[in-house]
Design a protein around this ligand. Sequence first.
Ligand code: R5P
Length: 221
Amino acid sequence: MNPKQLVGEKATEYIKDGMIVGLGTGSTAYWAIMKIGEMVKNGLKITGVPTSKATEKLALELNIPLLDIADVMHIDLTIDGADEFDAYKNLIKGGGGALLREKIVASISKFYVIISDGAKRCEVLGDYAVPVEVTPFALNISIDQLEKLGCEPKLRLAEGKPFVTDNQNLIVDCKFDKIENPLALSEKMNAIPGVVENGLFVNMANLIITEDGNGNLVVIE
Ligand SMILES: O=C[C@H](O)[C@H](O)[C@H](O)COP(=O)(O)O
């Protein structure tokens, strides 16, 4: 079994009948959602809350009943991927541009499970550029201010044009060296007018389900 499928399917074991379940975005969350679709087909009663339009589309194809994020105040369990994580469950997310909805969903989740192949594990965050969602109006100001925090900011492009998020914003990928204090950096980035949210997820994950590269699951609690 491929590592993403292994961790994705394992996470679905935490789902119980009647739960409201946050559905993450990306190629790892895909496997959890596929499994949830199968479980729903076999009688599981849950309601999903998608973290992106892409996930919403997939969940609808699988007949998973959905609630709009605007109508939810509380989520029992969310399963989502990550782009980088450390032993303290600090994360970088947003490689697929879904970080804003993902962070909102995570913030109201009672239990937040991250699924990731072992290759994304690091000692200290920073190999992956931190995605930052910015309002188009303040793009240049945001880039300038982000650079002053010590990173190399780059506007994300897709097919030669600025990548536009589900919320009609833009993404600036900020490459730092080692991020020794992700909480402080996250606060500094979000204090910049024009920054909507950043991809550092600190003190949010309850559990990381990963693997050792040889097909064995590893759980970080
Ligand atoms: O915006 C995208 C999300 O944060 C994803 O969960 C993250 O990029 C990991 O995606 P993948 O599982 O495809 O590596």
